[in-house]
Write a protein of this length. Structure first.
Length: 255
């Protein structure tokens, strides 16, 4: 019976809109074993009454897969940016403090606008273009030794945690962030993607690109997927240096 009456306290940084001032609101939710942060937020949504007993608006947050694959539910939990679906209440210090990631503009409460990440992907052309929609047949196969490390890079879910941890991503810098320095390595390693390698490297050398990295290595420590971001950044530093020489001497082909 004691476990049934136990409650978990959430202190949530809320914001009614992009131009509103943030404020904190405290909620007590009934505890149950194996619950995660999202379970707690769902309880608040079901019964939006704060710790003072006042009826309030339901807390807004993003979520999608609930399997730490999409990255949508990223937020700051007890001072650390991470996915709320993978944050188990039993493993967190009480009370649990939730806040939106400070790197991104707040839409409402814990919902942030990650448009800057998608703009960065456009800058480095983080995709493999296909000429037409007709059936082109099977493409060239990637060598197994390349496929194994490329798979590790492909785990990126644009969650934004690496940007939140990076000291070079701030309101005084236009640095595109660690994840966007790693993605060109992934697509340039693909046999089809390699045809556009020079365009991606040129994107990395644009304003806010690889020159903005201060090599703090915070990104590789916080990445929830264990992506070797610093290894990719080192590889792209070398590749962009070679590309700059090729551009200078009139060659538009990159390794």
């Amino acid at each position: 019976m004691a476990e049934e009456s136990k409650t978990i306290t959430f202190i949530i940084t809320r914001q009614d809109g992009p131009d509103s001032a943030p404020y904190e609101e405290t909620f007590n939710v009934p505890y149950r074993p194996n619950m995660n942060v999202i379970s707690g937020l769902m309880e608040i949504r079901k019964n939006p009454v704060n710790a003072n007993g006042d009826k309030t608006s339901p807390v807004q947050w993003d979520m999608n897969c609930l399997e730490e694959v999409c990255g949508a539910c990223s937020m700051v939990i007890n001072g650390t940016a991470r996915q709320s679906c993978a944050a188990l209440v039993d493993q967190l210090e009480q009370p649990i403090r939730l806040a939106p990631m400070a790197t991104f503009p707040v839409v409402r409460d814990l919902v942030v606008d990650r448009e800057r990440m998608f703009d960065a992907m456009k800058q480095v052309k983080a995709w493999i273009p296909i000429d037409g929609t007709h059936d082109l047949g099977p493409g060239p196969r990637m060598a197994e030794k390349n496929r194994q490390w490329a798979y590790e890079l492909s785990k990126c879910m644009t969650c934004g945690v690496c940007l939140e941890a990076c000291p070079n991503v701030n309101d005084k810098s236009d640095f595109i962030g660690p994840f966007a320095l790693s993605l060109p390595r992934l697509y340039n390693a693909h046999p089809t993607g390699a045809m556009n390698a020079s365009e991606r490297l040129d994107g990395l050398m644009e304003e806010g690109g690889i020159q903005g990295c201060g090599n703090s290595q915070n990104c590789v420590q916080v990445c929830p997927k264990g992506i070797p971001l610093t290894t990719s950044i080192a590889a792209m530093n070398r590749a962009t240096t070679i590309q700059s020489f090729k551009n200078f001497f009139g060659s538009d082909k990159a390794n």
